[in-house]
Design a protein around this ligand. Structure first.
Ligand code: ZN
Length: 287
């Protein structure tokens, strides 16, 4: 089979047409959107979905993220059965949610639960951009607020991975209210002196960047992640200035004091373990 693949490529080797460029067998290989390297899917997955040539971080599903972060067999999911209503009777909303449930095998754009990382217990939330672009509707907000409340009660640190296009337009003002709800739950956590670590991944924008994902006691991001509230074009039109090339990247925000660290995916688990260790108050890890 491998031989066939090479033969096929050779045929188009001189001047690949647009069609041929896209004609990479889905599933076996993937093309890095940044550097164009053809990557073998299995190897890409082994490398936590990071391009070996340019370190581009592909988006990661919530189950994959949990698997690569939490100690094996140590994750207990919360509120998996919560499903969005359609409060505004928004055209096609119910069908779109249904399709995303089938596609992702998740009921909403965030997965929450508790587990251990490097032996340290933590409440964990992971957003999934495959589900309605990770947008925040009332269920996403509710699950994050409930996770924060549980973390507060149990005195477990809360680690939340964001990946979101912002508030979910199909739920209108109810989506925007989730900004206040999640922020209030995190404020209670803060008053009880329970640690909140926000991990911003590509992309974290709109109402999510403007609420919980920016409220970490520690805010870290993956390299090159797009993080911002409004889009570049909107801001450029408003301020009538050209914005710098690296505007709204993790590295830009780190340089300007809005992030504590940029951590590559391969080092994320170790970094989180170190943070949990530092905040464990001298308690021994469970491993
Ligand atoms: Zn690449």
């Amino acid at each position: 089979m491998l031989k066939d693949l090479f033969r096929k490529q050779k045929k188009y080797a001189t001047i690949p047409t647009e069609h041929a460029k896209k004609d990479i067998p889905e599933g076996i290989m993937q093309k890095c959107p940044r550097c164009g390297t053809i990557l073998i899917t299995k190897e890409l997955e082994k490398n936590l979905k990071v391009c070996k040539s340019c370190q581009y971080h592909f988006s990661m599903s919530a189950p994959d993220r949990i698997q690569s972060t939490v100690d094996e067999g140590r994750f207990f999911e919360y509120d998996a059965d919560l499903i969005s209503m359609d409060p505004l009777n928004f055209p096609n909303y119910v069908d779109k949610v249904k399709l995303d449930i089938e596609k992702t095998q998740m009921n909403e754009a965030v997965m929450t639960g508790e587990g251990t990382i490097g032996g340290y217990p933590a409440v964990i939330g992971v957003m999934d951009s495959r589900f309605r672009m990770g947008s925040m509707g009332s269920v996403v907000g509710e699950k994050i607020a409930r996770a924060a409340i549980r973390a507060t009660k149990k005195k477990y640190p809360f680690i939340l991975f964001s990946a979101s296009g912002g508030a979910r337009m199909q739920e209108g003002v109810l989506s925007l209210m989730q900004m206040a709800k999640t922020s209030a739950a995190l404020e209670r956590m803060h008053r009880e002196k329970v640690l909140f670590v926000s991990v911003l991944t590509n992309p974290t924008t709109g109402g999510v960047s403007a609420s919980f994902s920016s409220l970490g006691d520690i805010n870290i991001a993956e390299p090159q992640a797009l993080i911002g509230f409004a889009g570049r074009r909107v801001i450029e039109q408003t301020v009538r200035q050209k914005l710098p090339e690296d505007f709204q990247t993790a590295e830009f925000l780190l340089k300007h004091g809005q992030l504590d660290e940029v951590v590559s995916r391969g080092e994320m688990r170790e970094m989180l373990t170190r943070i949990l260790d530092l905040h464990s108050g001298g308690r021994e890890s469970h491993e």
